[in-house]
Design a protein around this ligand. Sequence first.
Ligand code: NAD
Ligand code: UDP
Length: 369
Amino acid sequence: MLSICMIGGGGFIGSHLCEKLVAETNHKAVVVDVSSEKIDHLLDRSLPWAHRIEFHQLNIKSDSRLETLIKSSDLTINLAAICTPADYNTRPLETIYSNFVDSIPVIKYCAENKKRLIHFSTCEIYGKTIGSFLPEEFRKDPKYFILKEDESPCIFGPISKQRWSYACAKQMTDRLIYAEYAENGLDFTIVRPYNWIGPRMDFIPGVDGPSDGVPRVLACFSNSLLRGEPLKLVDGGKSQRTFLYIKDAIDAVALMIDNPERANGYIFNVGNPDNEVSVKELAELMIKAYAKVSGAPASSMSTVNVSAEDFYGKGYDDSDRRIPDMTFITRQLAWKPRTPLDELLDVTLQYQHRTYSRAIERELSKPSN
Ligand code: NAD
Ligand code: UDP
């Protein structure tokens, strides 16, 4: 049994990891976050795992309790971040502080106290693919677009394209962790999620988040479907993503926790290369799935093209394509994703409809001033 300090453990990924830890293992989750909203259902003291989960409401930017919590745990998992693209170009300072500066003490405390660290990086660290710079006829070779942990370069746009503030900050954090490993023997594992999606991801604007907030694409499209509005395709929705069901992803993290001898010293891509679609195709699949869930005809739901500047503001840029190379994770942990995209969208949209449709109906029926 391990005591696991989960920083940012009250977020989307953290909430699913907490569920797995309390229900299927003997480990203890010591959750650190500014909010417990997404794990409140696990914190009731009458639940059978009550002695194996505790919540510490604190901001890691400025709280001396952090070192004590890391010191008294066997393993630290760092999930804390600002990680919604709408923030990268509009709040670049907060993005850089959150993804680089605030992780420095976490890494330092782990290194000084000889504690193992599992850190959440991102697939965005690779930036744009080499293929995106080549003429169409050269792009077919996988070496120009499949992303490998130990080979692919990190290709970011110019400084004025502040979209890359997140990827760049995450990259510095990965480099700092790797330097602590190389010089001081830090036991580390770095996780690179590729668009993990599922229930509890982000927020629905105006219901459990600010009405002018812009979450990641799953929540943006869910919000439009719930409100009967067209789904907005940024620059036509031509960018491609591979989507991984959160439950499959959590199985990979659990293997890393339980197999330090196979996970320490590695950076792992964690994604589902079989679930690749363009954002436009994602919208079409979500419309189909939501029609099934809500009973409304798919013909009543539509998409609309919007420019990146209108949607995100100045300084936005996009990753064209992200396909994970799966060699390391298959070889080291024998993990493979299981859930196809249509199945994971069905489950997720059932959750969105169940959780939000009444609140949205109430909001829409209010007389506007
Ligand atoms: P999330 O926003 O749901 O979770 C992050 C959590 O960190 C939030 O609960 C937030 O309150 C907390 N947090 C942020 N700053 C904090 C601070 N100063 N003190 C205390 N708590 C703080 O995001 P998520 O999707 O669960 O992502 C978790 C990690 O995985 C992040 O590092 C993110 O960059 C990385 N990641 C996720 C994905 C994905 O597909 N979901 C993709 C790439 C990378
Ligand atoms: N996107 C979109 N409409 C939206 C929200 C996002 O077309 O309402 C696009 C966005 O431009 C990007 C992709 O969807 O190409 C994925 O965006 P997300 O915010 O999920 O994060 P990313 O994968 O870029 O980190």
